[in-house]
Write a protein that binds this ligand. Structure first.
Ligand code: NAD
Length: 295
């Protein structure tokens, strides 16, 4: 892959994603204010720089993988007037749909290309380059972004215009948050009714209760050996990130005047769980609080 990429935000996701671009042949100049993150990315071949502006100088593409919308908007505000005309701004962070559209507008009004391309697949997918990208932006911007996304992921879906990638991400995670709570409640009820985990799994996984929360990320140990429940909920998709995404879904729903009572309830339950358990364990650990009657 030809060209120079500026990569801003080299944390759990951005670090391995940037390293995969290096493997694909790109020159990657990176920046992260956390020295450890910068040093770790350096071991993956990312060239460390002293700031976002230094990383972005003469870059063909500026990729952001940042904690939230404020960070992305601040970066774009700093960089759109410094970047070469026609630079591709590619934001992979999970942020509010309205912030994604505002960031893209900043870039396109300054003569650049812009896409929002949030991901699913977590840190394992980031390292293995098996992420799914959900992309929002005009066709020319999507076409420019696609080879980079294919170097970092296994699946790339063009969802529509600016903000559509973020919309797809939060709608998907609204389903996921609600379905994980439903699967967890069913297992706890089954336990009290004398059902083994395996019996409920064998029935529901081949019946109308089938869903990813059950068959891939099963919240009880045993039926799906690779699920985080088998290692005390370490790794996986952190409950704090699920809470963030349910909050983004709730604020998008409020902005659109859409009532999402189950989504709101799921956000409240994950907020209570994170308050009690911390943000770090896999979100399927919510079953432990449901079992204890703590929510
Ligand atoms: P992280 O906190 O590990 O990394 C974010 C990095 O951004 C940090 O290292 C931070 O120092 C850096 N940063 C902050 N401000 C910056 C700036 N101005 N310039 C450069 N770097 C800056 O978070 P993460 O887990 O890598 O997640 C990044 C994004 O991906 C988030 O929006 C998250 O919601 C999303 N996401 C994460 C996962 C996951 O499993 N971790 C999965 C899907 C989506």
């Amino acid at each position: 892959m030809n060209g120079t990429v500026a990569f801003l935000g080299l944390g759990n996701m951005g670090g391995p994603m940037a390293a995969n671009l290096v493997k694909a042949g790109a020159v990657v100049r990176g920046f992260d204010p956390v020295p450890d993150a910068l040093a770790k990315a350096g071991r993956g071949g990312v060239l460390a720089t002293t700031g976002a502006a230094a990383a972005a100088r003469d870059a063909d593409v500026i990729i952001t993988m940042l904690p939230g919308g404020r960070h992305v908007l601040d970066c774009y505000a700093e960089l759109v007037s410094r970047a070469r005309p026609g630079t591709l701004f590619l934001d992979c962070s999970t942020i509010d749909v309205a912030d994604a559209r505002a960031a893209a507008a900043l870039a396109t009004e300054a003569g650049h290309l812009a896409v929002d391309a949030p991901v699913s697949g977590g840190v394992v997918g980031a390292a293995a380059a098996t992420l799914t990208f959900m992309v929002g932006g005009e066709t020319a911007a999507f076409t420019a972004a696609e080879p980079l996304l294919r170097a970092m992921g296994a699946r790339v879906v063009h969802c529509g215009s600016s903000g559509a990638g973020q919309a797809a991400k939060i709608c998907n995670n609204l389903i996921l948050g609600v379905s994980m709570i439903a699967v967890s409640e069913a297992f706890v009820l089954g336990e009290r009714l004398g059902l083994t985990h395996q019996a409920l799994f064998d029935v529901a996984s081949a019946a109308s209760g089938q869903c990813w929360a059950l068959t891939t990320n099963c919240p009880v140990p045993g039926p799906v050996p690779a699920s985080p429940a088998n290692r005390d909920y370490a790794g996986g998709f952190a409950a704090g990130l699920m809470l963030k995404d349910l909050g983004l879904a709730a604020s998008a729903a409020a902005a659109q005047g859409v009532r999402t009572p189950l989504g709101r309830a799921a956000a409240d339950l994950f907020a209570a769980f994170v308050e009690r358990d911390g943000p770090g364990r896999d979100f399927s650990a919510i079953i432990t609080a449901i079992r204890e009657g703590a929510l």
